[in-house]
Structures are given as structure tokens and as C-alpha cells.
Design a protein around this ligand. Structure first.
Ligand SMILES: [Ca+2]
Ligand SMILES: [Ca+2]
Ligand SMILES: [Ca+2]
Ligand SMILES: [Ca+2]
Length: 446
């Protein structure tokens, strides 16, 4: 429908007395005259070929003027406005032209006749709810799906692993792995998923069930740690625990630490010292022997009075007025021994008992009546000294000898050099050795 508002004004300000319209189309045109204004409404027919509408206005002095407007019209739907810059169709020698429309976002089409669906496919991110809104017209996209972030139109994955507050992986035992729309927690090396608790448990590599992975070799200690383990040589062994450790010889070579009496053993050793020495334990890495100062503590020696230390042992001595006993440790009061000076006056042997001197004589002597000197005993005077033939006395003893033709048998008896010996047997028979058996009788002629 065409609607033309006409307003007439006079330059002299004379009143407009008359308003007319000429060439008004016969069909569908209505001119409402309200001089000095008027409104022409008209719906042009489809087959319109010519049209010349002329408005004529006359003022109170009889002066008239005319106007034949060129008509541009549009047919915009849904309250959309004309776009006079675009000519869509031309009618009636260009006196009537159909122009395009300025459609609001809500509408589309040449006459803005079609309402746009702002929630058409792709309006929001996949699976995000789309809501049409009217004022202003448009759409509202719901929140991005879980695990994605954005305005609902564009949604992007975010890396939950960048910030520990955005994932629930256990930092010690799990690695966070980002995925599109989510993340997952993988067990770190050295951990294994527990089927029951779903947590990552440390692998105890020292446990025999993991023997395949157990790298600690012979003579080593395996120490399990969270996420790992370590190997070390057992005490007393050395080497590369991943290859195997061997005994340290603490008694010899570069590893020697015992400089005493050393006995190496596999994994250990024994270090000791000779009697009178002790291990110096001040230096744990170098065991050596040092003399025991037995005199330092009375419990280490048995000296009655004075202890004198020496290398490997000690000696006891006594204070003045005492002398060392036979046991080498006790001290006895030194008493004057009258036998000490001039042998107590005795010629030979002297004994001192409680200060009383007694003289003695060796065997073969008798004490003289003076009680001090010794006199030889003449043993030959008594039973010829027991000699069977000659008895010879001398100082302190005597001896026996024999006459010519005899010789000593034993110390005292003489026997003839040609003695008559007769053996006879009371029994006949002989032993297997041929020696006659039976009692023997020896006849000796003196
Ligand atoms: Ca993610
Ligand atoms: Ca472990
Ligand atoms: Ca050893
Ligand atoms: Ca000593």
C-alpha cells in the first residue's frame, strides 16, 4: 500500500484555499483532503503501466502550484523499513519504483518476510542449549559442556593439568594427562594402580614378586622408596650394587683397616690384639693396637704398691722398706736377714727364721760343735762306707774302688772279671726264640 502525506505551505503565508489531485488511479486509490493537507492511500495493481499523479494547490489570491511526485515504494514485512538506495522493480515509466528493505536481524528475505531462527544449527557449540531472545533479538547459548570453557558459541578445551586446583590427581603418585574435554590421572613410574582403592600404590621393587625388575644384585641391601628404590652394598661388602658386591678384605690391601691381629671373613672381619695390647677405637677407620697402661687403673694390675707400665706388660715394684714377693706382685716388709751379711757367720749354709740364724752343712759334712763350721764326715769309718773292697774318703763324700782283678758293679760292689756263671734249666723245653726258660741262677764268686 502506498501512503502519501501532502502538506501545502505558501511562501507569502497566504491561506491555502484549495487542494486537488489529478490523475488519481481509478482502482484502490483514496485521497482524504484536509486542506492544506491530504493523504493519498493506494494499493497499486500488479500490472500497473502508467501513473501520473499531480497535486494542485491554490491560495486565497487565486495563485496555483502543482507537484507530480515520483513514487518510491516498498513492501517490507514485519515492520521493517524501506531501503531507498536499492531499486527492486520499476513501473509506469519509472514514476513508480519498488525499493528494497532494511531487515532487522530478526527477519530475512526481499521483503523481510521470513523470520530468522537464531538457534539454527551451529548457532551454539555442539550440545549447548540455544535460547531465542526477543529484545534485543538474538540467541543465548547455554554453558559449555563440562570440561570445556567459552561463551557457549565457541567452547575450547582447557588444560586441567596446568593448575593442580583444576584436577584431582595425586601429585606424588600420579601424572595429570590433559584430554579434550577432560583429563586423566596416570600412575607415575614406580607406582601401580590399586584395583581396590583405585589409588596409585608405590611398587615395592624390593619385594620378591617384582624380582624381574629387581636390580640389586648379590650381597646388597634393597631400600624401597616412594616411586623408586635404591641398592647399596651390604655392610662389609663393596662394589657396584647393580652388578654385585664382594667382600671387603679389611686385613689386606687398599681396604685394610685392621692393623692388629686380623681375621677376614665374608662380610666381616675380626680385629684383635696380643695380650697386653688393646684396640685403639678412636679412629674407626683405622684399627690399631696400642699398649695397655695397666697401671692407669688399679683393676688392670695386681701390684700391691707400685705399678710400672711397659710396652706389652707391666712390672710391680715396692716402696722403700718393702720388697717384692715371689709372686711378683705382693710387697712384704723388708726385714733384716742376718744371713745376708757375712752369711750369718756360717761357714756354708745359713737360714734365718724370725731373726734367729741357724747354720747348716751340705750332705757329707757335719756341723762342728761351734755351730758354724762344717766338718767332713769320713764315711769309710762306718761299715767301710758300704764298699765291698776299697773305701776312699774325701771332703764331702767318698767312693768305693776294687782290687786288681775286680771291677765295680754299681757304686760299691766289686765283681770278679772272670766270674763263673752257670745256667741250667729245671724244665726241659724252649721258647720259640730259643732262649732257655725257667728260673735262672747266677753264681758270683767274690
Ligand atoms: Ca582438558
Ligand atoms: Ca618403590
Ligand atoms: Ca671381610
Ligand atoms: Ca703395658
Amino acid at each position: 500500500m502506498i501512503k502519501i502525506n501532502v502538506t501545502v505551505t505558501d511562501l507569502d503565508n497566504d491561506p491555502i484555499t484549495k487542494l486537488m489531485v489529478n490523475g488519481l488511479p481509478a482502482q484502490g486509490a483514496v485521497f482524504t483532503n484536509t486542506t492544506p493537507t491530504g493523504v493519498l492511500t493506494w494499493t497499486p495493481p500488479v500490472n500497473l503501466t502508467t501513473l501520473t499523479v499531480t497535486f494542485v494547490a491554490t491560495d486565497s489570491k487565486g495563485a496555483a502550484t502543482t507537484s507530480s511526485p515520483s513514487i518510491l515504494y516498498c513492501d517490507c514485512k514485519n515492520n521493517n523499513t524501506c531501503n531507498f538506495e536499492t531499486i527492486e522493480e520499476t513501473y509506469a515509466n519509472s514514476s513508480v519504483q519498488l525499493v528494497g528493505c532494511n531487515c532487522t536481524d530478526q527477519y530475512t528475505g526481499d521483503q523481510c518476510e521470513t523470520e530468522v531462527n537464531p538457534c539454527d544449527e551451529g548457532a551454539c557449540y555442539d550440545n549447548v542449549t540455544c535460547t531465542v531472545i526477543r529484545n534485543p533479538f538474538g540467541r543465548r547459548c547455554g554453558p559449555c559442556p563440562a570440561g570445556l570453557e567459552g561463551d557457549g558459541i565457541v567452547c575450547n578445551d582447557f588444560d586441567e593439568c596446568i593448575n593442580s586446583s583444576r584436577n584431582n590427581c595425586t601429585e606424588m603418585s600420579e601424572n595429570c594427562v590433559n584430554t579434550i574435554g577432560s583429563f586423566r590421572c596416570d600412575c607415575k613410574p614406580g607406582y601401580v594402580r590399586n584395583a581396590k582403592t583405585k589409588k596409585c600404590d608405590d611398587v615395592n621393587e624390593c619385594n620378591s614378586q617384582f624380582a624381574d625388575n629387581y636390580k640389586c644384585k648379590t650381597n646388597t641391601d634393597c631400600k624401597n622408596t616412594n616411586g623408586s628404590y635404591s641398592c647399596s652394598c651390604k655392610k662389609g661388602f663393596k662394589g657396584d650394587p647393580l652388578v654385585g658386591c664382594s667382600d671387603i678384605d679389611e686385613c689386606n690391601g687398599a681396604d685394610r683397616i685392621c692393623f692388629g691381629l686380623c681375621e677376614n671373613s665374608v662380610g666381616s672381619f675380626n680385629c684383635s690384639c696380643s695380650a697386653g695390647y688393646k684396640l685403639n677405637t678412636e679412629n674407626k677407620t683405622l684399627l690399631s693396637c696400642e699398649d695397655i697402661d695397666e697401671c692407669k687403673f688399679s683393676t688392670d694390675n695386681n701390684c700391691d704398691q707400685v705399678c710400672v707400665d711397659n710396652e706389652g706388660s707391666y712390672n710391680c715394684t715396692c716402696k722403700s722398706g718393702f720388697k717384692l714377693g715371689n709372686d711378683g706382685s705382693s710387697c712384704v716388709v723388708k726385714t733384716e736377714n742376718k744371713c745376708d751379711s757375712t752369711n750369718g757367720g756360717c761357714e756354708r749354709l745359713c737360714t734365718n727364721s724370725s731373726g734367729t740364724v741357724t747354720c747348716h752343712c751340705p750332705r757329707g759334712f757335719n756341723l762342728s760343735s761351734d755351730g758354724k763350721s762344717c766338718m767332713d764326715v769320713n764315711e769309710c769309718l762306718t761299715s767301710n762306707g758300704g764298699c765291698s773292697q776299697n773305701c776312699t774318703n774325701y771332703d764331702g763324700s767318698y767312693n768305693c774302688s776294687c782290687r786288681s782283678g775286680y771291677k765295680l758293679k754299681g757304686a760299691r760292689m766289686c765283681e770278679g772279671l772272670y766270674s763263673l756263671k752257670s745256667h741250667y734249666s729245671l724244665n726241659s723245653g724252649s721258647s720259640s726264640t730259643g732262649i732257655p726258660r725257667g728260673p735262672l741262677r747266677r753264681l758270683t764268686i767274690i
